[in-house]
Each structure stands twice: as structure tokens, then as C-alpha cells.
Ligand binder design. Sequence first.
Ligand SMILES: [Zn+2]
Ligand SMILES: [Zn+2]
Length: 86
Amino acid sequence: MDNKDNTSVKEVEKVKEKKKKTSERCYHCNKKLKMIHFTCRCNHKFCIVHQNPHSHNCEFNNKKICQEAIKMNNPQTIHQKVVKIQ
Ligand SMILES: [Zn+2]
Ligand SMILES: [Zn+2]
């Protein structure tokens, strides 16, 4: 058993080692990623739980992109208050 009063240096070394050995981590929950991880369109890596853009408040907002796409496709309809869909 180690003497608990002499932990400081050893602990620091341990932390350094840990930091050095950075395996991939989930960008959202910081959980270590093992074999399976996902890279989102926002270019961050996520665990299984947070792979879904909704689960990590994805910067790469799907809705925004949809809106942009709509704007690009129908620049004129934006100015109309009501767009009737038949
Ligand atoms: Zn996660
Ligand atoms: Zn994302």
C-alpha cells in the first residue's frame, strides 16, 4: 500500500499519462470511445448515445440546412407570405 501523504507527484504523473493517451472521446459527454464511434457532419466524434445530431445539439443544424436549401431552390417564394401547397 502507498503512503497517502505522498500522492501529489505520483498523481500528477498519472494525470499527465492519462492526458497523453487521448483516445477518441465523445464530444458531448466526453466518454471514451472504443471501437465504435461516429463522426457527425459537424466533424466531431460521438458515442453511440450521442451520434444523433439531436442528442448533441449539433452545430450542423439540419433544420437550418433545410431552410437554406428551400431558400436556394425557391428564392421568390420567401417573399410571399403564404405559400399554398396543393
Ligand atoms: Zn456521448
Ligand atoms: Zn453533430
